[in-house]
Design a protein around this ligand. Structure first.
Ligand SMILES: NC(=O)c1ccc[n+]([C@@H]2O[C@H](COP(=O)([O-])OP(=O)(O)OC[C@H]3O[C@@H](n4cnc5c(N)ncnc54)[C@H](OP(=O)(O)O)[C@@H]3O)[C@@H](O)[C@H]2O)c1
Length: 430
């Protein structure tokens, strides 16, 4: 008797259905740069995964490629028009074009994966609505912290549980620069040049260093973790372009490191605070150990307590791995539930807070404009001041702070603008 004929008919039926479910998925890949090539390479290593890249679209016909020329199309719309493709993977570097392609595909009711954080953060309400209206699915795990599975963790695993905070290091390039400065005592420009040489920072580093990139990621997580939809501009993003060795030493003397921390913090009265700024981090924080190009996320859940995820936030294989996971999820008919978007008591985003900051500047006008309400520490000779300022003032003057060469880091303490109650600690560890 052959092994097959000895199988119980019920088991055979289940096995047959699993085989059917594993029929090779036909992928249309739009973009064949760092992430697109990373995904392609991973799929070559996983023949048992049951997916094949059927078509690839790129932009520049003159560019040398690792595959024969006939493997490529130079019109992404041809892939949108191909009914034989089961999944479209959009990994191009142009957010406006990415939105056009993804929204067109969703209007066709298609299964789509994207890694484009700027596009998702900018258009999330519309992307959610298109999925409801036309029945397609969009997954974007790769858009937030590369290989770290944080979007699905928040959406599915913590979909019902209240979260006290979600905070982390969401940008590997700026973290690499800060790590080099901390370890070598080097100035910002030297550390940035090294990061660029090592491939950890872009030639134009502004999106990463001025914290626009982690802000997009935070806006996406706000929807999944708290059901709050935000425009990116509503959120304070302060970066590290003006950090100096003096600031790193100031932190080191206190046994701390400076990290760019992106955070969502639940406040009393159903309010949510959302910030991306440099922050002093001490060794009791899990984020203290997240160095170099790594990312880390701390989730403080009401009942589960603290959880810490750490991993590579960028690179072809780590980001390709997140795209692969989304493709597998699509094959299992999984989609984001956005469970907290429909909660009975929605949270209100608030900026009506005072934040304790360290500010180093020689611009007296900025000091006046920020309107310190309390000064905790001041050192004229080193040009820094520590104290509470209204968050709204930081939002209003963030461009001026950048242009004036000022460096701001928060201590982790905030209080309501009226400061009628005690200061709260907005860190994941206190
Ligand atoms: N790199 C990472 O580690 C990382 C991590 C997380 C998320 N992401 C996100 O993933 C996406 C892709 O990033 P990447 O680093 O892979 O970019 P990349 O290396 O610059 O590659 C971009 C690719 O998109 C193609 N492309 C651009 N415009 C196109 C168009 N209109 N039609 C068809 N193809 C087009 C380019 O074509 P040519 O080859 O012809 O130039 C190139 O192949 C971005 O949204 C990025 O934010 C990247």
């Amino acid at each position: 008797m052959s092994p097959v004929s000895s199988i119980n008919p019920a088991v055979s039926a289940i096995a047959a259905s699993l085989v059917t479910a594993k029929a090779p998925l036909r992928i249309g890949l739009i973009g064949f740069g760092c992430v697109g090539q990373g995904l392609y390479d991973i799929l070559q290593h996983l023949p048992g995964f049951g997916a094949e890249v059927r078509r690839i679209a790129v932009k520049n016909p003159a560019k040398p490629r690792s595959l024969p020329a006939e493997a490529f199309s130079f019109r992404a719309d041809e892939l949108l028009q191909d009914p034989e493709l089961d999944v479209l993977v959009e990994v191009i570097d142009d957010a406006a074009e990415a939105f056009r392609l993804v929204s067109t595909a969703l209007r066709q009711g298609r299964q789509v994966v994207t890694a484009n954080k700027a596009m998702v953060a900018r258009h999330l309400p519309e992307l959610v609505a298109l999925q409801h209206e036309f029945g397609g699915t969009l997954l974007y795990e790769a858009a937030v912290c590369g290989s770290i599975p944080v979007v699905r963790t928040l959406d599915a695993y913590f979909g019902q549980e209240p979260l006290r905070s979600v905070s982390g290091i969401f940008n590997g390039s700026s973290n690499y620069v800060l790590t080099r400065m901390g370890q070598d005592g080097s100035e910002y420009a030297v550390a940035l040049a090294e990061a660029q040489q090592q491939g950890f920072a872009e030639t134009d580093p502004s999106l990463d260093m001025a914290a626009f990139d982690p802000r997009s990621k935070l806006v996406i997580l706000a929807a999944h973790a708290y059901g709050v939809l935000l425009e990116p501009e509503q959120v304070l993003n302060l970066g590290i372009e003006n950090v100096s060795a003096t600031d790193i030493s100031y932190a080191a003397v206190a046994g701390q490191k400076i990290k760019v921390v992106a955070g969502l913090y639940l406040l009393p009265n159903h309010q949510l605070s959302v910030l991306v700024t440099p922050q002093f981090v001490d060794p009791t924080s899990a984020l203290y150990t997240v160095d170099d190009e790594f990312n880390g996320v701390v989730i403080e859940a009401e009942f589960a307590g603290p959880q810490f995820l750490r991993g590579r936030g960028a690179g072809g294989h780590p980001t390709g791995s997140a795209v692969l996971s989304d493709i597998a999820a699509l094959r299992n008919q999984q989609r984001y539930a956005y469970p907290k978007l429909t909660t009975a008591t929605p949270l209100a985003y608030t900026t009506d807070l005072e934040i304790e900051i360290y500010l180093r500047t020689d611009d007296e006008l900025i000091l006046d404009q920020l309107g310190f309400t309390d000064i905790t520490e001041e050192a004229d000779e080193d040009g820094y001041i520590v104290g509470y300022v209204p968050l709204d003032a930081l939002l209003q003057h963030r461009d001026r702070l950048r242009k004036a060469g000022a460096f701001v880091a928060r201590t982790g303490h905030v209080r309501p603008a009226t400061h009628s109650v005690d200061a709260l600690a907005l860190t994941e560890s206190e």
